[in-house]
Write a protein that binds this ligand. Structure first.
Ligand code: TXA
Ligand code: MG
Length: 333
């Protein structure tokens, strides 16, 4: 069943394409142009974007209508491609050897030169990676030549899609360039997410591979589970969740000495030690694409703090303001 959504009668849905080489090339071209494509995996259909393109990743959050940024899974065609983005330890290598391609996602530390958008990992120093077990997903990943950031292809709060028609029914042709039809998903529930950035392996989300099967390879999963699709509530919930180390305030009145400004729009206030503008044109997709990179940029000892302008509270603006509010509330010590 698909969830209903108020799409008017004049709205065009994305085309559903049968699995053939021409459809794969068309989807790969769309990915390289920064557009979104939906594709089947063995678990559920994914809403994919070039993970190295900040704006394309911002469009994923916009299309899903998520009020918060939560980190996305990055899909690769093989283990060596994943190992170029994140640091594998022995446990990660053993899990990849045992379950990839397959319904297991590994959260690992980003490499310093990792080209994946900071928005895809919601500003975290870790990244979730997975090699899916579906010929069409693998063909698309190889043809695109880019890692694909892909959450389940449903609007926020909706049911995860297991057929191409589920996906096509809930998005518009403006949001999604093409839906590749790989039939019904074999597993039908999302991948199991295992975190390997702390001391013991942590079960972050139960899914298609059982905890028992994972424990048989790496021993007890000592972490706690997160509910599916729940964004970390506070920087403490996922301990590495990104908050700048400099104090951040949501006001731009009276610049404080040595303070940097995170601006938005054409007329930012003056008097700050440095300025980064999320979008001089006032475009919320551009602002989301720049958010984490610019926060990192301003998070330096040479500044006494960061003053941030809030953005309009609509569309992606809600997720941007949510992140800024949480950064402002974060305790530092
Ligand atoms: O089966 C699946 O995993 C599907 C298909 C399309 O591959 N994808 C999927 O993605 O379910 P998404 O974005 O709906 O779920 C991502 C999950 C969330 O629970 C998120 O919190 C967790 O992975 N996650 C991603 N990156 C993380 C990170 N750096 N640290 C902790 N959790 C992370
Ligand atoms: Mg989901």
């Amino acid at each position: 069943m698909t969830e209903s959504r108020p799409l008017g009668p004049t709205v065009r849905h994305p085309p559903v394409r049968a699995a053939d080489p021409a459809a794969v090339s068309e989807a790969a071209r769309a990915v390289r142009q920064g557009r979104l494509v939906a594709f089947p995996t063995e678990t559920v259909y994914g809403l994919g974007a070039d993970a190295t393109d900040d704006r394309a990743v911002a469009r994923v959050f916009a299309a899903k209508g998520r009020p918060q940024f939560n980190p996305l899974i990055v899909h690769l065609p093989e283990t060596v491609a994943a190992a170029a983005l994140v640091r594998f330890d022995d446990r990660a290598a053993a899990l990849a050897a045992a379950f990839w391609p397959g319904a297991l996602t590994l959260v690992l530390p980003r490499r310093p030169d990792c080209p994946v958008s900071r928005l895809a990992s919601a500003g975290l120093d870790s990244l979730a990676v997975r090699v899916p077990d579906h010929p069409l997903a693998l063909a698309l990943l190889r043809a695109a030549g880019r890692p694909l950031a892909a959450p389940s292809a449903n609007p926020s709060g909706g049911v995860s899609p297991t057929t191409a028609d589920h996906v096509a029914a809930v998005f518009t042709a403006d949001q999604v360039a093409v839906v590749l039809d790989g039939g019904r998903c074999r597993v039908g529930i999302e991948s199991t997410v295992v975190g390997l950035t702390g001391e013991g392996p942590a079960l972050l989300r139960p899914g298609g591979v059982s905890a028992e099967a994972i424990e048989a390879v790496v021993g007890p999963l000592t972490g706690t589970a997160l509910e599916e699709d729940r964004a970390p509530r506070s920087p403490g919930r996922l301990t590495s969740h990104y908050a700048p180390s400099r104090p951040l305030r949501l006001s731009t009145s009276a610049p404080r000495p040595g303070e940097a400004l995170l601006a938005f729009g054409p007329d930012p206030p003056g008097g700050f030690a440095a300025v980064r503008n999320l979008s001089p044109a006032g475009d919320l997709v551009e602002a989301a694409a720049n958010l984490f990179a610019m926060l990192h940029d301003l998070d330096r000892r040479e500044f006494t703090g960061i003053a941030a302008m809030t953005v309009p509270d609509r569309g992606l603006g809600r997720a941007i303001n949510d992140r800024l509010r949480r950064a402002a509330a974060a305790k530092r010590g």
